[in-house]
Design a protein around this ligand. Structure first.
Ligand SMILES: [Ca+2]
Ligand SMILES: [Ca+2]
Ligand SMILES: [Ca+2]
Ligand SMILES: [Ca+2]
Length: 580
């Protein structure tokens, strides 16, 4: 109202400064030069610590002249605490040459053990994960409830299950138990995720299948826009039903795809899956993003039977009636409703979709009002994750972006793109802060996999990005904030609830608000995040009450949990255990 002139003058000075900065750095790939060069207190800031941390995974670039559709779809990344020491280790899926050369060993997957001092050690060979193949995705889950997380890796031609076992020397190793487990999926498998579909305390496995193709009989595809060869869209190929494997508890799984109703809808090219109880009836549901086909929303009817509600739910396509190119899925309470909403990353010139949960499996399309839609029209999204970057109690969104068509000049869409960060306000609205979130967010990259986890246990959730044909990036959350936090490690009883507590709901009462968080299966794109609940408490130094609804249905209340602390909450035990 008053004193308009001084503000104008300040704006003018800022503009001139920006102009000066602009002229200095025209040769870089960075974004607008008005960005602050270093962290601003209270604003999210991520520093690339890959080199310092010893994370030197380089994703193999399998590009050939044919431009097979799978060549630039990337591979997944995972936070996995494989030795159960309370520190997140890092796993990277590797792909490989389309036609391996027997004389030239291809690179393998990689596992890095957390040294608890900000650095990691490559333990790949030591744990038996020096495995080759055209890898795609991964999932982390303790399928035998022995307290150690096991690992699934998906490939262009199938799925492998690795059991986490003692190595006889005081350490751990992964043993390929695929054959013994009877998990068989000879198709092109992408994202996968764990969840207990029938409430027997054992994690079951959902595997997305993409398309059916034969590399020796590959169709030529010509871009209608440029009239030049390009990598074929998925619509050129046939589809096959996805797979659902029920855990029998004796180390073997039963293929229940048909019996559970997963094969009922028309098969679609699946790229992402999220497992969560979407309607709060105590039974875990399954959301699947398909590429240029209707999403699946499998509503759990009980006894492990599902009904696909896709068109009736309002969360299966864009409001224009067009199919999403559904690449990644994130599930969480974005609006304080206590219900899990669904986010789906999407193609260039199309919005990241936000499906706001109205209860009873009814969703409202919310992309434009959320701010996420407009912010993502300019990008092609893959990995997507909900997490609280600035610890203010509101979930924020990170995206991995990058195009799939190398030369898309006709669309003027860049192949390499900036990853994005958007801050949530807790009412379902997001504001983009990409350009001020740290140097990585200003680089143009081929983003694919993305996972969230607190690798240094400082309460600030960190990020790991998997880039196609390039080194992976570990980004440490170095946000300067006085906000407090809480980290909750939920341990189910291993009888009626799976030990991982996937499917649990947590209500955190803090400073007069209730924050609702869910332990979900699957999520993002080909990747697996830290399963621990990383909660921002804003100004409050403690949570007044934490109510856990376990997958078994049992409810437990924990009062007065001190902030800036990790707590282990075990089902059936009233005593929270301070972890660190
Ligand atoms: Ca296990
Ligand atoms: Ca349900
Ligand atoms: Ca936040
Ligand atoms: Ca951290």
């Amino acid at each position: 109202m008053s004193r308009p002139w001084p503000w104008c003058a300040i704006a003018l000075v800022a503009f001139l400064l920006a102009l000066t900065a602009c002229t200095k750095k025209s040769d870089t790939l960075t974004g607008p030069a008005t960005d602050p060069p270093r962290p601003v207190p209270g604003k999210p800031w991520f520093e690339d610590v890959s080199a310092r941390a010893g994370i030197n995974f380089v994703h193999f670039d399998p590009i050939t002249e044919t431009q097979y559709i799978f060549e630039n779809m990337g591979s997944g990344v995972a936070f996995i605490d494989y030795d159960a020491d309370g520190w997140m280790d890092l796993f990277f899926v590797q792909d490989g040459p389309v036609r391996p050369d027997p004389g030239k060993p291809a690179p393998t997957h990689k596992l890095f053990r957390n040294n608890r001092d900000g650095t990691f050690t490559d333990v790949t060979a030591q744990v038996g994960l020096d495995v080759r193949g055209f890898g795609m995705g991964c999932a982390v889950g303790d399928f035998d409830n022995d307290g150690f997380d096991d690992l699934v890796v998906t490939y262009l031609n199938g799925v492998s299950l690795f059991h986490n076992e003692p190595d006889g020397k005081g350490g751990r190793r992964f043993v390929d138990v695929t054959a013994r487990s009877k998990i068989v999926d000879p198709h092109w498998a992408t994202s996968c995720g764990w969840g207990d579909i029938d409430g027997d305390g054992l994690l079951d496995l959902y595997v997305c299948n993409y398309v059916e193709l034969d590399i020796n009989n590959y169709p030529p595809c010509i871009s209608p826009e440029t009239n030049t060869p390009y990598n074929c869209p998925p619509t050129v190929f046939r589809n096959t039903a996805h797979k659902l494997f029920r855990n029998k508890g004796d180390g073997t799984f039963e293929d229940v795809t048909e019996a559970a109703g997963i094969a009922a809808p028309r098969p679609g090219p699946g790229l992402a899956v999220g497992l969560a109880d979407l309607d709060g009836d105590g039974k875990i549901d399954i959301y699947v993003a398909n590429d240029l086909q209707s999403a699946f929303i499998f509503h759990n009817q009980g006894n492990g039977k599902f009904k696909d509600l896709s068109v009736f739910s309002g969360a299966s396509m864009m409001p224009t009636g067009r199919f999403m190119a559904g690449m990644g899925v994130a599930i969480g309470d974005i609006d304080g409703s206590g219900r899990p909403s669904i986010l789906v990353s999407n193609f260039q010139d199309e919005p990241t979709m936000v499906f706001r949960n109205r209860g009873k499996m009814d969703f409202r399309e919310w992309s434009h009002p959320s701010g996420l839609g407009p912010a993502t029209l300019k990008t092609l999204g893959f990995g997507i994750a909900l997490f609280d970057a600035d610890l203010d109690g509101n979930l924020d969104v990170a995206l991995a972006n990058g195009h799939v068509i190398v030369n898309d000049a006709a669309r003027r869409a860049p192949y390499r793109q900036q990853a994005q960060l958007l801050l949530g306000d807790g009412t379902g609205r997001f504001t983009e802060v990409t350009d001020s979130a740290g140097p990585f967010f200003r680089e143009k990259v081929l983003g694919r996999g993305l996972a969230v986890g607190d690798f240094d246990n400082d309460g600030r959730p960190d990020l790991v990005y998997g880039l196609n044909g390039a080194p992976a990036r570990l980004l440490r959350n170095a946000t300067e904030t006085a906000n407090h936090w809480l980290r909750l490690d939920l341990i189910g009883d291993g009888k009626k609830s799976n030990r991982n507590a996937i499917g649990a709901r947590v209500d955190i009462e803090v400073g007069g608000r209730t924050l609702t968080r869910f332990v979900t299966g699957g999520g993002s794109y080909l990747s697996a995040s830290d399963r621990r609940i990383l909660v921002g408490l804003a100004k409050a130094g403690k949570a007044d009450q934490v109510t856990v609804t376990w997958p078994s249905g049992r409810k437990q209340e924990f009062r007065e949990l001190a902030g800036d602390t990790g707590w282990r909450l075990s089902e059936g035990s009233d005593t929270p255990e301070k972890v660190r």
